[in-house]
Design a protein around this ligand. Sequence first.
Ligand SMILES: Nc1nc2c(ncn2[C@@H]2O[C@H](COP(=O)(O)OP(=O)(O)OP(=O)(O)O)[C@@H](O)[C@H]2O)c(=O)[nH]1
Ligand SMILES: [Mg+2]
Length: 206
Amino acid sequence: MQVRSAVFVTSAADSSGFLKRPIPHFVFAGRSNVGKSSLLNSLLNRKKLAKTSQTPGKTRLVNYFLINDQFFFVDIPGYGYAKVSKQEQEKWGSLIEDYLTETPFIGVIFLLLDIRHDPSVHDRQMIDWLRATGFPFRIILTKADKLSRNKGLQQQRNLAKQLGMSNTDLIVTSSQNGNGMRDVWTFLNQAFEETKSRINQQKDAS
Ligand SMILES: Nc1nc2c(ncn2[C@@H]2O[C@H](COP(=O)(O)OP(=O)(O)OP(=O)(O)O)[C@@H](O)[C@H]2O)c(=O)[nH]1
Ligand SMILES: [Mg+2]
């Protein structure tokens, strides 16, 4: 898919601000600082569309970006950032859960994991929750430029094993050098078509 336009639309602080437009939503989820906003920018080839930061906890709202007037990229707050209060963490947690359960047409939830680290307790909780709810999701490994190619492949295998998945279920990426963006797009294009037919079926039925 060629990106013709990518615009920031709005941020939502709670469910009253969620967008319900019947187009596919592609969601970027994962712990704070894993590289969600960077990946979104890299996929779109826009350096500063979504704000990134070395300080974890940058994205605190659900941020909507409209692509080609056809689908949303949704940057959601990172979980598991220890330096914010428990109360604040719980608020983000319920914001994420509300967003996912109240959004009608989720294309895919991309769950990002840093290729260098084992999944955290929060990552595992998120994966268990996604499996239990049946949302379509895909694991993306970020920051692959920080490892040699061999080490990267080794970690891909290692993480796949830990999560009970096959190697190819984990897309290896680097937002810094653009590796893996094509793989993410291949997956996105397919999910886009599938979600669109789901939306059309629903329209026909109503
Ligand atoms: N080397 C390298 N650094 C990366 C990559 N992706 C992100 N980073 C860096 O990691 C830090 C966090 O990136 P963000 O994209 O802001 O992370 P986030 O997941 O959106 O973080 P929150 O909004 O706090 O949840 C920034 O300093 C990025 O430059 C990558 O692929 N390679
Ligand atoms: Mg962010």
